[in-house]
Ligand binder design. Structure first.
Ligand code: FMN
Length: 331
């Protein structure tokens, strides 16, 4: 079966979600070797990092994991994003589509347009629009009017296609209808679930998300709404097995995206989610690369938030087995 996104042909249906998997050229190279047909780059926004944000912390639980990080930790500056895209274009063969992801702190069209135009001028054919950090804005009628205006301006001023990424702050039918009315053809589903877990875990309120299979029913609901509005979808969020991939495809997903399934294992796990006829048969050593970071010395790094084990008092006794149990739960 032929797969495509925004009229660009793909060798298979599997996309690497914007995440630590796509945060560096080394890991994008691993995405390619592992068999992904496309990769959505880590989101970038036009801002200056003030150095006041906190780092990333990952805590594994029985049904997935929590990741906590500030905007400054998760969002690349525009310069970093452009440099990542340009270097990755040189390093990754052209049969893996690279999709830059753009973010901004408001709905002001000029803020988005400036960033989108820079990626487009580097050759991007399709851009993801990451609305996650606008989730804190109140979604009243003014918000939707501004969103409508933003999508209309981007649609008429860019030479490339746009793919807004939805999150749980939107009502699925309402937002999909709005996208359709603004002439958007493709949608990316679904960003993580903001939760405030037990204070014991030492995670910040307001910047912590849950990742795991509890998300899948939401992804399915947004996918159904998108298909009702005739939108092409790159759907994921909560995929923990090939069966979940098949469910999304059977419900009309044009492409399936994944991050955590691979982050909780390594790049060899990509093949679990592909039909054997679509395997790329790479046995490259680099598939064992840490999907969270590029640190090589075998010791936990200070930066990625997942190398070092974060123990709660409850977990401290048997943290290793908790991680294996969690990974098993994701299988
Ligand atoms: C640590 C981390 C960072 C992420 N950063 C981004 C990002 O910069 N932009 C984005 O659109 N999504 C980001 N995501 C969300 C993923 O793209 C994806 O929507 C989410 O992980 C749910 O999919 P999964 O269940 O396959 O992990 C991030 C996810 C993780 C785990």
């Amino acid at each position: 079966m032929p797969y495509s996104l925004s009229n660009i042909k793909m060798k298979n249906y599997l996309t690497a979600s914007s995440s630590p998997l796509t945060e560096s050229v080394e890991r994008l190279r691993c995405c390619y070797e592992a068999g992904f047909s496309s990769a959505i780059l880590k989101s970038a926004a036009a801002y200056v990092r003030a150095g006041t944000g906190h780092g990333r912390k990952v805590v594994y639980t029985e049904d997935g994991y929590y990741a906590d990080a500030s905007f400054e930790r998760e969002i690349l500056t525009l310069e970093e994003g452009i440099a990542l895209y340009k270097t990755a274009l040189d390093v990754c063969p052209s049969d893996m589509l690279l999709i830059p992801s753009v973010s901004a702190s408001s709905l002001a069209p000029e803020e988005w347009l400036q960033s989108c135009k820079q990626f487009a001028s580097c050759g991007a054919a399709l851009l993801q629009l990451d609305f996650f950090y606008l989730g804190t804005l109140s979604h009243d009628s003014t918000f939707f009017e501004k969103l409508r205006q933003l999508l209309t301006v981007l649609g008429s001023n860019l030479d490339c296609s746009i793919m807004p990424k939805l999150n749980l702050n939107f009502e699925p039918n309402q937002i999909c209808k709005l996208l359709q009315e603004c002439g958007v053809k493709t949608v990316s589903l679904l960003d993580s679930m903001r939760e405030d877990p037990d204070r014991d875990l030492g995670l910040h309120k307001g910047t912590t998300s849950y990742f795991g299979n509890r998300q899948l029913p939401w992804t399915i609901e947004y996918l159904k709404a998108a298909k009702r509005c005739g939108l092409e979808t790159c759907a994921g969020g909560g995929v923990v097995s090939k069966k979940d991939v098949d469910t999304l495809l059977s419900l009309g997903a044009d492409m399936v995206q994944t991050a955590s399934y691979v982050l909780c294992r390594d790049f060899t796990a990509v093949q679990d989610l592909l039909e054997p006829t679509l395997w790329s048969c790479s046995h490259s050593e680099i598939l064992k690369h840490n999907p969270w970071c590029d640190y090589k010395d075998g010791e936990p790094c200070e930066k990625c938030g997942a190398c070092a084990l974060h123990k709660t008092s409850m977990q401290a006794t048997n943290a290793e087995s908790l991680i294996s149990a969690c990974m098993g739960g994701l299988l």
